[in-house]
Design a protein around this ligand. Structure first.
Ligand code: GUN
Ligand code: FE
Length: 420
C-alpha cells in the first residue's frame, strides 16, 4: 500500500520534520520506504497510490493514561480535589460496572468516541470487575485500536460497593490474565493497582509477582498533596511514593515498562528512581488543572532523560483529544517557568508533539513516527477550514495543533489498517 500527502512527524531528536507531498510505502502494516512519487522504485510504479492531496498526515496519537468507565461523567465535580472527587463521583460510577448491561452501554459510547478521536493507541484503566473488563477489551479489539487495558485492583479504603478482598483481587487478576492470553491480537493486559491508598502491602507484593517479567504495570504517582501525605502514613518504610511501589512490587523486574500518571510532586530523588526504573511518566495537564493538583515539572523530567507521554486522564480531564492535552502541557510549562522556576524553560511545540507521538510510541514498539520499520499509524487531516490561504506547512501544522477541534479527520490507520 502507498499513502501520499504532507507528512508531519517528530525526528529522534524531537524536532518537527515536514515532508511535502511524500509517499509512505507500507508492507504488512510496517513502513518500508518514504520518498517522493518520482523516487518510487520501478517495482512499485504500478501500485495504486492513496493520494490524500494537500492533507496533512501525522502519526496516530497516543493516550498514555485514561479511565474508560469514567467517560460517562466527564465534566462533573471539577470544583473538588482528588480524594473528594474519587469518593463523591468516581467510586459510585465505577461501582455500576458490576452490572454487565450497564457496562455494555457505557463502554460502547467510550469505544466509539476513542475510535473517532485522534488517538490510535491508549493505555486504559477499566474497573475492578473482571467480566466488564473483558467486555471492554473485546470492544477495543473489535475497533482496530491498539490498547493496553487494566483490570483495576483495590482491596482497601474504598466503598462497600467497589472493593475486593485481597484474595479475590489476586484470584480474579490471575483468571483475567488467563482469559486474555489467547483472546486478543491488538489488546494487551497491564497490571493495574489503582494507587497505594487502594492496595494493601500484601496485594501490591502479589501483583509484583504476577507481573513477573512479561507484564507492564500502571498506576498513579504523586498527584495531590493530601494523597501524598496519606501514602507517607500508609508506608512509613518508604523514602518516597515511588519507593513505596518499588519496595512492594519491584518495578525493575519486567520487560514491559511501568507507566505512572501525574508525578506532579516528584522531587529530585523520585526523578532519579523514575529514571533508574525506566518508568514512563503519563503527564495529564488538563486533569492537573481540573482537580487543582498542581504543575508537574516536565522540563526537569525531559532534562533528566525520563520518558514523558500525555494522558487525557478521563474523567479528571474532560477531552479525549490528546492535542488539547499537548496545548495545555505547553501552557502549564509557561506558568511553571514564570511563577516557579526560571531555569525550567517552557515546552516547545515540537516537544509537546513528541510527547503525543514518538515518546509514548516507544512503549508500543516502533510506533509514533514515519520511518522505515515503524508501524504505520496515520491520521489524514483536513485543515482546510483554518488554512486555505497558508502554504507554509509548518504554520499550517502549528495552527492545526492548537485548533484541531475545528478540523476533520479524513481517515485513520492503525498498523496500516484503515479503521475510520
Ligand atoms: N488516583 C487514584 N484513582 C484515580 C483516578 O481515578 N483518577 C485520578 N486522576 N487519580 C486517581
Ligand atoms: Fe488517572
Amino acid at each position: 500500500m502507498i499513502v501520499k500527502g504532507n507528512l508531519v512527524d517528530c525526528t529522534e531528536k524531537g524536532t518537527i520534520r515536514i515532508r511535502k507531498k511524500n509517499c509512505i510505502v507500507i508492507e504488512e502494516g510496517i513502513i518500508s520506504k518514504i520518498c517522493s512519487e518520482n523516487e518510487l522504485p520501478d517495482s512499485l510504479k504500478n501500485e495504486e497510490i492513496e493520494d490524500y492531496g494537500d492533507s496533512l498526515i501525522i502519526p496516530g496519537l497516543i493516550d498514555m493514561h485514561l479511565h474508560a468507565p469514567q467517560f460517562a461523567f466527564r465534566g462533573l465535580g471539577m470544583d473538588m480535589e482528588l480524594l473528594d472527587w474519587l469518593n463523591t463521583y468516581t467510586f459510585p460510577e465505577e461501582a455500576k460496572y458490576k452490572d454487565i448491561e450497564y457496562a455494555k452501554k457505557a463502554y460502547k459510547k467510550f469505544v466509539d468516541a476513542l475510535t473517532k478521536s485522534y488517538s490510535t493507541r491508549a493505555i486504559v484503566f477499566a474497573t475492578l470487575h473482571t467480566q466488564a473488563t473483558i467486555l471492554l477489551m473485546d470492544m477495543l479489539e473489535e475497533s482496530g485500536l491498539k490498547c493496553f487495558v487494566g483490570k483495576v485492583n483495590m482491596d482497601r479504603n474504598s466503598t462497600d460497593e467497589l472493593i475486593e478482598t485481597t484474595e479475590s483481587s489476586i484470584d480474579s487478576t490471575n483468571k483475567w490474565l488467563e482469559v486474555c492470553e489467547s483472546r486478543y491480537q491488538n489488546t494487551k493486559p497491564v497490571i493495574t493497582p489503582r494507587f497505594i491508598p487502594s492496595c494493601s502491602d500484601k496485594l501490591m507484593k502479589e501483583l509484583g509477582k504476577i507481573r513477573g517479567e512479561n507484564y507492564g504495570l500502571q498506576s498513579h504517582l504523586s498527584e495531590n498533596p493530601k494523597e501524598i501525605e496519606w501514602v507517607k502514613e500508609l508506608c512509613p518504610d518508604a523514602t518516597g511514593y515511588l519507593d513505596a511501589y518499588d519496595k512492594r512490587s519491584s518495578l525493575n523486574k519486567s520487560k514491559v515498562p511501568t507507566v505512572m500518571a501525574h508525578c506532579v510532586y516528584s522531587d529530585e530523588k523520585e526523578m532519579e528512581l523514575l529514571k533508574e526504573r525506566d518508568v514512563y511518566v503519563a503527564h495529564c495537564p488538563q486533569s492537573n488543572i481540573c482537580l487543582s493538583s498542581g504543575i508537574a515539572p516536565i522540563r526537569k523530567f525531559l532534562n533528566s532523560g525520563i520518558k514523558v507521554g500525555l494522558g487525557s486522564d478521563i474523567a479528571a480531564g474532560y477531552s479525549l483529544n490528546i492535542l488539547n492535552q499537548a496545548v495545555e502541557a505547553i501552557g502549564l510549562s509557561k506558568l511553571y517557568w514564570r511563577y516557579i522556576d526560571k531555569n525550567s524553560k517552557p515546552l516547545e511545540l515540537a516537544e509537546a508533539f513528541s510527547m503525543a507521538t514518538r515518546i509514548p510510541g516507544s512503549y508500543f514498539g516502533k510506533v509514533g513516527a514515519f520511518e522505515e520499520g515503524f508501524e504505520a499509524d496515520m491520521l489524514i487531516i483536513d485543515d482546510g477550514v483554518l488554512n486555505k490561504d497558508i502554504d507554509d506547512l509548518r504554520k499550517r501544522f502549528e495552527r492545526f495543533l492548537y485548533l484541531s477541534d475545528e478540523c476533520s479527520m479524513k481517515a485513520k490507520y492503525v498498523s496500516g489498517k484503515k479503521i475510520l
